[in-house]
Design a protein around this ligand. Structure first.
Ligand SMILES: NC(=O)c1ccc[n+]([C@@H]2O[C@H](COP(=O)([O-])OP(=O)(O)OC[C@H]3O[C@@H](n4cnc5c(N)ncnc54)[C@H](O)[C@@H]3O)[C@@H](O)[C@H]2O)c1
Length: 264
């Protein structure tokens, strides 16, 4: 029996990258999956590929910046599958050309970033909660980032927003644990997705890799596997946590690189 047999899930940003990998894994483990994305065509294509592989999925258009659109998504998914057990608030990001250091940050980009990452996840939780409570409990997974765990020289809006996602996750876990709703976050490090490849040069990606404890950059499936664990009943006693999946990028102090002794 699949690890998510009989469950229904929504994944926002499910048409690409990590979200798509999670949708495929969830479906392969028996879940019915609503792939929700700004890009309706890509969402439908991703759903079709799951159906071809024998899974159950639908593609739904959503703009997580818009509350009404998110409400329509949740309603459409519950109507289609009859229930909701897992809500993945996965969409996020910021524009690194505008999201700079504090002095040079574009304030409109700050507001947009908070809305895209924090407000959308809060709304996703709020809209999913009544349905999760209806089925006797469920799992919410918010996508954070290692950017939310420590400071950096750029992307202050993104880091601040992801830190808020991590804390908001604890509030939801605290407030709805009694109804058996679990709420956890995943904090990916660098992952080979279109978002990463579009925003960073090959040289910059290689630089990041050199700071991982493990000698490679993760694939979308590495994060999706953590999401699957948090979605499944295997994690039934885990809530309010942030699962860092970063190849060991944050396993060491910044000074560790300077102390590294090269083999002879
Ligand atoms: N890729 C990484 O290295 C990395 C690292 C840390 C955290 N993350 C987080 O993972 C999440 C997604 O990253 P990914 O790598 O899977 O990205 P991706 O670019 O591969 O996919 C993002 C998807 O979200 C959709 N989307 C964008 N804006 C939307 C909106 N307003 N409404 C609905 N859908 C929208 C896009 O159409 C796209 O399909 C984000 O929260 C990001 O911050 C990624």
């Amino acid at each position: 029996m699949g690890r998510l047999q009989g469950k229904a899930a929504i994944i926002t940003g499910g048409a690409s990258g990590i979200g798509m990998a999670a949708a495929q894994m969830f479906a392969a483990e028996g879940a019915a999956v609503a792939i929700a994305d700004l890009d309706q065509q890509q969402a439908s294509d991703a759903a079709a590929r799951i159906q071809e592989a024998g899974g159950r999925a639908i593609g739904i258009a959503v703009d997580v910046m818009d509350e009404e659109s998110l409400a329509d998504l949740v309603n459409a998914s519950v109507q289609e599958f009859g229930r909701l057990d897992v809500m993945c608030n996965h969409v996020g990001g910021s524009n690194p050309r505008k999201d700079l250091d504090v002095l040079r940050l574009d304030l409109e980009e700050f507001d947009r970033t908070m809305q895209l990452n924090v407000r959308s996840a809060l709304l996703g939780c709020r809209l999913a909660l009544p349905h999760l409570i209806d089925v006797g409990g469920g799992s919410i997974i918010n996508t954070a980032s290692v950017g939310g765990l420590a400071g950096d020289y750029m992307q202050v809006a993104y880091g601040t927003a992801k830190a808020a996602v991590i804390r908001m996750t604890q509030y939801v876990a605290t407030q709805y644990g009694a109804q058996k709703v679990r709420c956890n976050a995943v904090a990916p490090g660098a992952v080979m997705t279109p978002a990463l490849q579009n925003n960073l040069s090959a040289e910059a990606i290689d630089k990041i890799r050199s700071h991982n404890a493990l000698p490679f950059i993760g694939e979308p499936e590495d994060i999706a596997a953590a999401m699957l664990f948090l979605a499944s009943d295997e994690s039934r006693y885990i809530t309010g946590q942030t699962l860092v999946v970063d190849g060991g990028m944050t396993s060491h102090h910044a000074i560790a690189e300077d102390r590294r002794i090269q083999p002879d």
